[in-house]
Design a protein around this ligand. Structure first.
Ligand code: PAF
Length: 283
């Protein structure tokens, strides 16, 4: 695996591959890699000649300093994992290499997608995500970039950015990868104490029950039921649960048969914020 910390040598390496007509699959990450990331990389390997993974804990997408400071950093372990699955290229830049002494976000218009759900609770988050993802796309110039559906809103926002800025690549959303007990894999899971880790699968269990209820009950009833379930939980605190249309992320008012819906949830387990979502069926 080739490791680059600077963008110019990386760009030179990748353009030589482009000249050889090699397709580039790209998996941007913030490190603390887990099996969910590996599943994205495997998918990228299947469909491309060359796979590039970036590890960069992007400061502009964190609205709370302590969240940035506490974000797990496991570079040596990450490198070993990437080598074990034959990743071709790792890009691991410093903050200065990316932001050049000016750690700030550009301002994006994602047609309102940025103000819903995560956008309501994480100030400036999606401007930070848009800034780093666009910058990384410019450096790597991939044919396809891979993102997990756990961050479904992020995925839709990146698709929107690609469309609006006419970027020449495809975005592929990949299924949520779960632990055996259903907890969605996340770099943050390693920070859960044993009691919170034991409690956390309640999130997916509740989502599955909500999916079942949605077939026969109104969205309003399902939302109230989920809110009640979490009120009664001693360890997990619900931040939001919402049912929204997949493309626009508009909260559902009444079910429309031609629309695709998903349930989205954010929960605090102590000070660790976990998100998840599930695709819903109407019958
Ligand atoms: O999903 C993530 O890990 C990050 O938001 C991303 C896409 C790597 C941008 O920093």
């Amino acid at each position: 695996m080739k490791v680059f910390t600077e963008k110019q040598p990386l760009k030179a390496h990748l353009s030589s591959k482009k000249i050889e007509n090699k397709s580039i699959g790209f998996v941007p990450t913030m490190g603390a890699l887990h099996k969910g990331h590996l599943s994205l990389i495997e998918e990228a390997k299947k469909k491309n000649d060359l796979v590039v993974v970036s590890i960069f804990v992007n400061p502009t997408q964190f609205d709370k300093e302590e969240d940035l400071v506490n974000y797990p950093k496991t570079l040596d372990k990450d490198k070993k994992m990437l080598e074990s699955i034959d990743c071709d290229v790792l890009f691991y830049p410093s903050v200065n290499e990316i932001y050049n002494n000016n750690i700030s976000s550009d301002s994006f218009d994602f047609d309102g997608l940025e103000f819903k759900m995560e956008g309501k609770f994480r100030d400036g988050h999606f401007n930070g995500v848009g800034t780093i993802v666009k910058t990384l796309f410019e450096i790597v110039n991939p044919d396809v970039a891979y993102f997990g559906q756990k961050d479904f809103q992020q995925l839709q926002i990146i698709k929107k950015m690609v469309k609006k800025h006419n970027l020449k690549l495809k975005i592929k959303g990949c299924p949520i990868y779960r632990e055996d007990d259903g907890l969605a894999m996340s770099s943050r899971n390693v920070r859960l104490s044993s009691s919170l880790r034991e409690a956390a699968p309640f999130i997916y269990k509740t989502l599955k029950k909500a999916r079942k209820k949605f077939k026969t009950k109104s969205a309003e009833k399902v939302v109230s039921w989920v809110e009640k379930e979490f009120k009664e939980h001693s360890l997990l605190k619900l931040e939001y649960f919402t049912i929204a249309e997949e493309k626009t992320l508009e909260t559902i008012i009444t079910k429309e048969s031609d629309k695709k819906y998903r349930a989205f949830i954010a929960v605090f387990a102590g000070d660790i914020r976990l998100i998840d979502n599930i695709k819903l069926k109407q019958s």
